[in-house]
Design a protein around this ligand. Sequence first.
Ligand code: FES
Length: 136
Amino acid sequence: MAGKERLSPSSDNSREPGEPAPEASSRLICASADLTDGGDGVRFAFDRNGETVPAFAIRHRGRVYAYLNRCAHIAMELDWKPGNFFDTDREYLICSTHGALYAPESGACRGGPCRGAALTALNLFEADGKVYLKKD
Ligand code: FES
């Protein structure tokens, strides 16, 4: 499902009494099931120093990761179709403009014109079947 957008926060009663909800210090991005290994990513907006910038979440080898949707070569969004971030082998994130390749687990450049630069990583985690972005 390309171009999924984030979910609205919902209540959850699977925590211990008194345990703070993840929403208290984090922002809900999507359900865990929305991110399949090497599959489409989920795009979302990220507030960086008062500026709203595009970002995305993906799953790679079971873990979730998020990055600003901005290539390190030229500040352009990576996906060629909303939510399509992986190359055909589903091993690297690929920029649709000039083909820069990035390691999904770190955002580090692995080939192409990004030349040793990296994507900007965001702090993502899973809890209770949902994916959250940690607030700073
Ligand atoms: S803009 Fe991404 S590789 Fe050039």
